[in-house]
Design a binder for this molecule. Structure first.
Ligand SMILES: [Cu+2]
Length: 141
């Protein structure tokens, strides 16, 4: 209150800054927190319900990963790539070298083996030109 009163005396511009800032800060601090607690169960339920089986599946289209696992179990894991596109796609884990973990041609579903330690891994499709659209991160635990 003291600062506001002083600023009001200084000038109209400062007054705008003083009256405008506190409500913005309050909204930014409170509204997202309230919305998160309400929207989290709806958003998290879908992925958790689909992940019942221990079968990590990437689904590729031209040119995007239509769906991809957000989590993988540590250790030896079989991963599946379903390619619903008309051109070849693959999954490369950036930290495991340039060799794809799994490659699938048009209309194919292929499986591959990957060994991962706990951590966060970036993956992408290494077919030339695909990486900007076909990439993501997966958490291994
Ligand atoms: Cu691709």
């Amino acid at each position: 209150m003291w600062r506001c009163a002083v600023v009001v005396l200084i000038g109209a511009l400062a007054l705008v800054g003083c009256t405008k800032l506190p409500p913005e800060v309050a909204v930014n601090d409170q509204v997202p927190a309230d919305q998160r607690t309400e929207s989290e169960p709806a958003g998290g339920g879908g992925s958790e319900g689909a992940g019942g089986g221990n079968e990590p599946v990437w689904v590729a289209v031209d040119i995007d990963f239509e769906s991809a696992p957000s989590q993988l179990p540590a250790g030896d894991t079989e991963v599946t790539l379903t390619n619903n596109g008309a051109i070849e796609h693959n999954v490369v884990f950036d930290d495991l070298g340039a060799e794809p973990v799994v490659v699938a041609g048009p209309g194919e579903t292929q499986t591959g083996q990957v060994q991962l330690e706990p951590g966060t891994y970036r993956y992408h499709c290494s077919v030339p030109g695909h990486e900007p659209m076909m990439n993501g991160e997966v958490t291994v635990e």
